[in-house]
Ligand binder design. Sequence first.
Ligand code: AHR
Length: 620
Amino acid sequence: SLNVDFRSSGQKIPDSLFGISFEEINHAGAGGLWAELVNNRGFEAGGKNTPSNIDPWTIMGDESLLVVSTDRSSCFDRNEIALRMEVLCDNTESTVNSCPAEGVGVYNPGFWGMNIEKGKTYKVIMYVRSFESINISIALTGPNGLPTLAKSEIIAEHVSNWTKVEVMLEAHETNHNSRLQLTTTRKGVIWFDQVSAMPMDTFKGHGFRSDLFKLLADLHPGFIRFPGGSFVEGQWLMNAFRWKETIGSWETRAGHFNDVWRYWTDDGLGQFEFLQLAEDLGALPVWVFNNGISFNDVVDSSTIYPFVQEILDGIEFARGSPESPWGSIRASMGHPKNFDLRYVAIGNQDCWRKNYRGNYLKFYSEIKSAYPDIQIVSNCDGSSQKLDHPADLYDFHVYRDAKSMFSMANYFDHTMRGGPKAFVSEYAVTGNEAGRGNLLAAVAEAGFLIGLERNSDVVEMASKAPLFVNVNNQGFNPDAIVFNSWQSYGTPSYWMQHLFKNSNGAILVNSTLHYSSGNSLISSAVSWKSNDGKTYLRIKIVNFGNNKVNATISIDGLKRNSVRTNGSTQIVLTSGNVMDENSFNKPTKVAPVRSALKNASNYMKVTLSPNSINCFDLLI
Ligand code: AHR
């Protein structure tokens, strides 16, 4: 039996208790949320070396017809590499080999195929240079060059200086595994640089793939942590995410090798875009920055100051006035208004690494003296002992098997009160039993989150990690959202988070669960007012056991007739088998099902299915 005492409502749950944690992992951004279709658009993937790594660009035609190489002739200072294509064949001159009818050149298959859809428009931009006149065909085609889905010819005479070319291609057929081809049938040398193909239907034109953005927005996240995780640290400092390298117009960005998750990113999704994403989601940005520590090298605390200045500049970029040096760059990128940056985290999982405290203290004191209101997150665990340094929050990561995740629900019952609050910025059930994200993981995580709700006096924020996975690069499993070039779905853990989104800013209502045997149940009660002024009481009960449970719910402080049957509902997240997962074919096999709560009252008999998350939403 569960007794809810509506008279003794507890504390207000933080407005941003439940949010999301974005990391550039599993091609979450490059080839994922960031809708750019071209992979390695500046040919920079090999760094500043020549020949550079042009992968996945592929040459069309053999050596007798063209020679493709890279050089450092780009017109952009920060990304020097350009592609040089020397065409040896010609279809207008009889003295040389003729080119094949389809031409010779290069193609880019994007990130495991580009999704091109009939009726949609794609903006292709590139930079070209040649000392001769050019005749280039720009085409979106199927995977083997056929069929042609959209095409445009560029004929130009005076391009001896780098020239920006922009075309709109409207697709007249759909293919989810397409490529972008740049071909010619004319002899000569052409240089290409910064080739981009963007769908025109991104969220507000901000570059976020619309289906993936919607999955995030539907969660109503209170915050978004970015850009990682380990991605922030890097295996080596030279490869870590450096925000200044990721701002300015896209074609000027260098891109960098994500050496933790081992892939190249063009940094289209840069610092500005992360802040924009937070704003578009209505979520508070939480910026995790590199603190001069990577997996393999560390900056000495005595020489950390340039790193500290970089972060102070980053805060100014986010929230300085449009007249300030860095705020003016944000304004020039189209956002004169400041972004609502209130939280920063000094590093990721670095507490135990050499120099953490020394570096941390320098970041902390400089940030606090310039921006006293900024909330600073330490990497050291403040739940088991008092921190030996000042902090507003401490980071807490939980990766466990399902059983111990469920039992972690009680963890914060026993932690100290009065100190910095916990930011549970990464939690997930992992291991083989979690599959690629199944009901078992979702139910155990829901139990854990109930524990966080009940302890939200000491837990300020929580997010599951990782957020996204491209099925072609499943580097870390399980994840909340799975996608390929054109499809996406939420795992059961994604749907589980939906059942907690109303808790942000809600009032925790006291409740006590009595059970006769086992400890596979956990519950909470929260109340909130909806936008139309209605008050709801949500009673959540998670059944982590394999048996059906018959329970009674009694609510003190509410008269029977103050609960409205019409408008009260029940939501259940369960499935026939605890190992069930969602898939592209059955994206909502395990998803919440809402139905009328016909017996809504201050005393109810309810049945809890095995391995289920149950919400009883009473309209009062
Ligand atoms: O969420 C995946 C990884 O797990 C993160 O990059 C890291 O912080 C943690 O170890």
